[in-house]
Design a protein around this ligand. Sequence first.
Ligand code: ADP
Ligand code: MG
Length: 635
Amino acid sequence: MTAQTETLEFQAEARQLLHLMVNSIYSNKDIFLRELISNASDALDKLRLESFRDKSLDVDTDDLHIALEVDRERRTLTVRDNGIGMSRDDVVNLIGTIAKSGTAEMIRQLREAEESAAGELIGQFGVGFYASFMVADKVTLLTRRAGESEATHWESDGSGTYTVDTVPGGAQGTAVTLHLKPVDTEDQLHDYTAEHTLREIVRRYSDFVTWPIRMEVEKTVDGETTREWETLNSRKALWTKSRDEATDEEYSEFYKHISHDWLDPLRSIPVKAEGTFEYQALLFLPARAPMDLNMRDAKRGVQLYVKRVFIMDNCDALMPDYLRFVKGVVDAQDLSLNVSREILQQDRQIQLMRKRLVKRVLSSVKALKDEDPGRYETFWGEFGAVVKEGLVEDPDNREAILEIASFASTHDAEQPTTLASYVERMPEGQEHIYYLTGPSRAVIENSPHMEAFRAKGREVLILTDPIDEFWVNQVGEFSGKTFQSVAKGQVDLDSEADSENETSSTDTSEDGFGPLCSWMADALSDHVKEVRLSSRLTTSPACLVGETFDITPALAKLYQQAGQEVPTAKRTLELNPSHPLVTSLRTAHEQGADTDKLAGTAELLHGMAVLAEGSELADPQRFTSLLADTLADRL
Ligand code: ADP
Ligand code: MG
């Protein structure tokens, strides 16, 4: 320790994560090495890029590599790289905290989860460096940032604190030394000082790493034992192999390497394009959505390489927002290593490439749907709401997206339906694909708008994702059938079914409801634009309906949450002519009952319609006092 030694506390989230690592909730401990190698590999990528961009940076990039060093006596394993290294501040900020977005959310979920589920949950995050503490009871790190003269020494036993220390000199790059816990094969703690163990783990998890991973091994030739450095990984970039040269397991490990996910991907998508603009890509559909999927700064998962040299992470020019969960690499042959994000956004070749990649991803989802419905269901459950953003964002691929989409429906309480199946089930004469948007399945199913559709056995799609409010307005039709909200316009299921034009049931003069309707329209003119009789109600007294292009209350609320004011159009109040409340109201109105009382009841009727569809009352106090007065009258 020197005068500059500081003892610092891990950030609270980091401490909790470390606690889980130290107590080894995750059974496969071997992966600590993958994490350290992946960090070393990133550091080498960064150095190479930095030296390319900053010619004044005085570093030797001729022999960039990763070394595994074992000390059997002291039972230590060191993972060393001569990459970019870290400054003292870097060490404190990067190793002492978890800066990733979504971490707070993860910690919250971890706290709530049973111990047993924690391992699974944590799989959604790369725990990275902290994985060291699964196999070591003490970890030291010695690192010097390229271009700096002093190195930083860091040490921790994984409990609440760590020490940092500035030391002179030292090799550029980073060495992580693990003081290994005793071997315990029952607990899957293997001997990480044994050559064959390390060799096997490297081959398994890190074979495709582009930098050499070296280890000093003993060789006995003619009775004479010598030690020499051997490169353990084949370094063959997996995306350059053709589909039948690579195994599923290699794809999985590669996916985990680039995505920091601990789960296997749902599907691997190799893409190879030859011709004037040559590129290879290897993309993946993850099995689980990351916590930050819906955060504004969520990272895109596609990395760009140029001729096998890593250029950038999170390459947003290659994937549209609605496919932001796709992970993988794209390796282009004819780009400059110096290419910037801005240039990429404008490059025509890149745009063509992106178009092609998008088509490949969408067709892969389609293949998944046809070949492996179980996996498709997982996929859609995790990412469906995001993919549907594409219906608005990417009109060119609308058809393809509609084909891979599935929706909850009144047809089956459990099983979602595709649009094709919906259309197939449509009875003769049905012109529309009916849907209702709302906050939850329960609210939608209990909405008064559904009554006639239920009574007639008409299938209705149940749309509960916020994005549904947007795309239904923009996507006119599927397979020649237009989308129609059951809460909008006039429905006439009778005439539709028999395709025989009966008298429109909205003729308000019929049954003498005319005077009531026009009086109510007047009394409720602050709230509704019209009052008419309904053919969609069987049990509720009333409901509110909009015009086809009206903004729904739920959509208005979404806009408001986003800070936008939207004009809300008044809707039409529809009355159920066979409901006792409505018929009594008519009688009372005919007999010239007290106007204030009648108006109060009309207002209550309107409020009930608002509540029944799951919307919020504009003035709850007024509604409750009206209701209280009415109830008091009955006693
Ligand atoms: P991640 O790799 O997902 O960012 P880690 O916990 O593995 O998370 O590492 C945290 C950060 O520490 C890295 O992003 C990197 O900036 C830094 N780091 C870790 N190991 C090294 C290394 N060998 N060389 C340089 N920086 C490193
Ligand atoms: Mg890492």
